[in-house]
Design a binder for this molecule. Sequence first.
Ligand SMILES: [Fe+2]
Length: 296
Amino acid sequence: MNAQPRRVEHQQTDKGSVPVYTTAVVEQPWSTYKTEDHATWATLFRRQREILENRAAREFLDNQRKFGMTPDAIPKFDDLNKVLRKATGWELIGVEGLLPELTFFDHLANRRFPVTWWLRRPDQIDYISEPDLFHDLFGHVPLLLNPVFADYMEAYGCGGVKAHGIGAEALSTLTRLYWYTVEFGLIKQDDGLRIYGSGIVSSKGESIHCLESPAPNRLGFDLERIMRTRYRIDTYQKTYFVIDSYEQLMKATEPDFTPIYTRLAKQESIPAGQILQADKVYHQGTGEGWANDGDV
Ligand SMILES: [Fe+2]
């Protein structure tokens, strides 16, 4: 009945590391976490909180506190859900690894956020190619307490289900929006640019790089521009997009994207590091250290 959930990870094949997908929803097997797992959580939590103190969005840091996340132990999904359900009606569900796109969108559209139950090994502290418990919980969950961001995530899920029905091109256009907002977004606050993207807050190196390095571009949010922009999956981003507020995100995603997909299909995609004349430029990157190819 309550078999131990599997740990579904990328697999090494003769074609390199390939992702493996799973659809199972599982109970978080909290009692099976070892001392080593709690220690890995503590190391990551302390390190990132220190780096993020004056770099992450205010809500992100405040909401981690509201959830009661501490370095003492891996949080229990049940405890977080008590806070989350009451605040925004979202719920965390345990999963074994990467989900197929449509399954993922369907969960978001129904205000369920999938969290990988397992945590990276100590030798993966600095880098892991797939989302694990630290990325999902530490990185994604805090902003689900923000009512506007919570609505944005649901709208994104609904948009994903729809794009999936339209075709592969619509889907890759929409994926760029998720990438440049939910995963790698910056927000302008009174005291300067701050991080809200989960892919950044769960990475020690990128948390510093995205704000302090002269290399990347930092540009104002523009929905259709982002939907045309390729990105990096193997290096830090060449460009980060800055929102003014979560309301701006929510408002931008209100219209039906179907005519946008049709329009954008006729236009060239934009290389990850390129700046356009119409861009609002916070910082023009020096491009130092950029790889010449590899945008996806
Ligand atoms: Fe993520």
